[in-house]
Write a protein that binds this ligand. Structure first.
Ligand code: WTA
Length: 649
């Protein structure tokens, strides 16, 4: 059996139940009784429930109505006005947290920079004034293409403060992926850095920004943070500006804009099963309330926690749980720019030890890499400050869960496995620590206000222990509002697949205790090292290469990455295969994260008579399985036999 089906099998047959320690349980923010009561209230009296949570935060004007739902469009806290940056900063300073550390940043080279809440507020005010000086006004889009440095969070918060809509593009994306995203959002400003560090080497972001700018005429300015100090070769006078020239001289006072609750906060591009990446659009009030509540309850947050979410701000986890959620709660957030194996595989544990981290939130792919390098490495560090561990981004196999729990958590820290998506904005399913026992491999129970179900494609609801499609039956505050510029795609992809419910695109099961176990995507979305990629995007990148006439991309189970990219490629007549060139091409079109691990040169693809590529069979081949299923619909079933004996390049 393949590793993936092993994983799934292991998850479905996992019977271990791991309760939180009595000590954790007795001090937990949410007890089992409190969860049950509040969860009930959140479904039966949602207006009361959400109003109570929202009142913890500051509103310049209170809402008239909690929810206006005209399927598939929701508005939350209708008529209310607020500002998420004000709530993350000014409000916390006013609560007396001005001297508390907001961000502890560590560079790959070991440099440490710290900002208190009062300092962060001043920096964000300066950046907000700078954006206004550059002519950015509420509603304008600003693209960020940055390393994981404090200025990235400062830039996000500065946008939020004036009502500009940020669109963060992960620094690992290529020029053309960046240009597409700038153009789709029609951003007038790009914020970047000279370079970032990765494995000891500077990664030149400004050069990519220049190349992207050539393809994106909407850009008026590029604001550049000097981070590594490498020489920046190209500089377009008038267009390019140094952050330190423009931001540093600004006043450190700025009045946060009172924004409509439904004012757009950010766009974040993510992959779907078809076409180009979708600009997932989130708005202000609901996203703020959901990220605030989930960070507080899922991570059992206390005043003295030192919280580290290892996600890059280029992904939703970085938005909701490195920046907004923890800062709204006045937490101390650790940020680390760099690779987990720099200078060696002990780096994460060195950071935990040095900063006395209490809460660690990371991805299964990272945990599996650490496992591979052995428990002696973490064993060299003092990890006793940790009290809670979290997992996000992909299914965690019970073996990795147990390793995380035992080796990193010392069998003392609950592990919260959190299921959610770019589109959901905040955590949907998890096992609240202290309230419920964990079941390794199973995400757990719904968060407040979330009403999940399992259904068939036809919309028939399934009972416990039946595998089905995971759906959510009612809107929640942090759900995406639309796909930027393409509301039709929003309707179709999320509320049009199954009538009347949100379609997540994941398959899942539920056990007798109501715990959900996510089995994986049911569409053509891959999850490579916790990064979402569309097979179609990689296929279009491949066919754009002059040697290639056709391509089909599938995922193959990988013991560390979860899934690896496998490409089946048909060459143009008379062309020879150059796998290095094809990999380089995909890296150029999308980014290194999409580079195929294996490339098979095929003479034909398994297609039905109507021309549809049967990726299901390719997935089985890539996993080294024997073909299962009816191949009689194929135009030429012998294609599979030939592919089965083809060696990958
Ligand atoms: C997968 C990341 C199992 C799932 C926050 C989902 C998970 C996709 C988990 C969203 C988990 C995320 N267990 N699978 N705890 N968390 N996924 O948009 O397939 O980058 O649909 O958001 O990742 O990925 P995205």
């Amino acid at each position: 059996m393949s590793p993936a089906s092993d994983h799934i099998d292991a998850m479905l047959h996992e019977t271990r139940v791991i309760p939180p320690s009595a000590e954790f349980q007795s001090a937990a923010r949410v007890s089992r009784e409190a969860y049950e009561r509040r969860y009930r209230q959140s479904l039966d009296q949602p207006d009361e429930f959400w109003s109570e949570v929202a009142r913890d935060l500051h509103w310049m004007k209170e809402w008239d109505r909690v929810l206006d739902w005209q399927e598939p469009h929701a508005q939350w806290f209708v008529g209310g006005q607020t500002n998420i940056a004000y709530n993350a900063l000014d409000r916390n300073v006013q609560r007396g947290l001005g001297d508390k550390r907001a961000i502890i940043w560590e560079g790959e080279d070991g440099r440490v920079r710290t900002y208190t809440y009062a300092e962060l507020l001043r920096e964000v005010c300066k950046a907000a004034n700078a954006l206004e000086e550059l002519g950015v006004v509420a509603g304008d889009r600003v693209t960020l293409y940055m390393p994981l440095i404090p200025e990235a969070a400062i830039a996000m918060l500065a946008c939020a403060r004036i009502g500009a809509v940020h669109s963060v593009v992960f620094g690992g994306f290529s020029v053309s992926a960046l240009a597409d995203r700038i153009n789709n959002a029609q951003s007038k400003l790009l914020i970047t850095a000279d370079a970032g560090y990765r494995r000891g080497k500077p990664v030149t972001l400004k050069i990519n920004a220049d190349e992207a700018a050539k393809l994106a005429p909407c850009l008026e300015h590029i604001l550049v943070v000097k981070h590594t100090g490498i020489e920046v070769e190209w500089w377009t006078e008038g267009r390019d500006l140094w952050w330190h020239d423009v931001v540093d001289r600004q006043s450190d006072r700025h009045e946060a804009a009172a924004l409509d609750s439904e004012h757009p906060l950010f766009i974040l591009y993510t992959s779907g099963s078809t076409g180009t990446p979708k600009g997932v659009q989130h708005t202000t009030g609901g996203y703020m309330v959901s990220t605030y509540l989930t960070t507080q309850t899922v991570f059992d947050l206390r005043d003295d926690d030192i919280y580290w979410c290892t996600a890059d701000i280029g992904w939703i986890t970085g938005h909701s749980y490195s920046v907004y959620g923890p800062l709204l709660n006045g937490a101390t957030v650790v940020m680390y720019e760099g690779a987990p194996n720099q200078p060696d595989w002990g780096r994460f544990w060195d950071i935990v030890q040095k900063h006395r981290i209490t809460i660690l939130y990371t991805a299964p792919t990272a945990i599996r890499s650490f496992m591979q390098h052995g428990e002696e490495i973490p064993g060299r560090y003092d990890l006793s400050s940790l009290r809670l561990l979290g997992s996000v981004g992909e299914p965690i196999n019970p073996e990795a869960w147990m390793w995380y729990y035992r080796v990193i958590g010392g069998e003392r820290c609950p592990v919260v496995d959190t299921w959610w998506q770019t589109e959901t904005g905040s955590i949907m399913l998890t096992t609240l620590p202290g309230a419920f026992p964990s079941k390794p491999g199973s995400a757990g129970l719904p968060m407040f206000g979330i009403e999940p179900a399992l259904m068939t494609r036809e919309g028939e609801e399934l009972g416990a222990d039946d595998g089905g499609l995971l759906v959510i039956k009612r809107p929640w505050p942090s759900m995406l509002r639309t796909v930027y510029g393409d509301d039709e795609r929003y309707r179709k992809s999320y509320w049009g697949e199954i009538q009347g419910v949100y379609f997540a695109g994941d398959g899942a099961r539920r056990d007798a205790d109501g715990y959900y176990t996510i089995v994986g995507r049911v569409d053509d979305v891959l999850n490579v090292s916790g990064h979402r990629l569309g097979t179609m995007e990689i296929e279009s990148a491949l066919v754009a290469h002059p040697d290639v006439s056709e391509a089909a991309v599938v995922g193959k189970p990988d013991p560390v990455k979860g899934e690896a990219v496998v490409a089946y490629v048909l060459l143009q007549d008379g062309h020879t295969a150059d796998p290095a060139a094809l990999r380089a091409h995909v890296t150029r079109e999308i980014g290194a994260l999409a580079r195929p691990d294996a490339i098979y040169i095929a003479d034909a693809l398994p297609k039905t008579r109507s021309g549809k590529i049967m990726r299901r069979f390719l997935r089985q081949l890539a996993a080294g399985q024997t073909i299962q299923g009816d191949t009689s619909t194929l135009e030429d079933p012998a294609v599979l036999d030939r592919l089965a004996v083809t060696q990958p390049l």
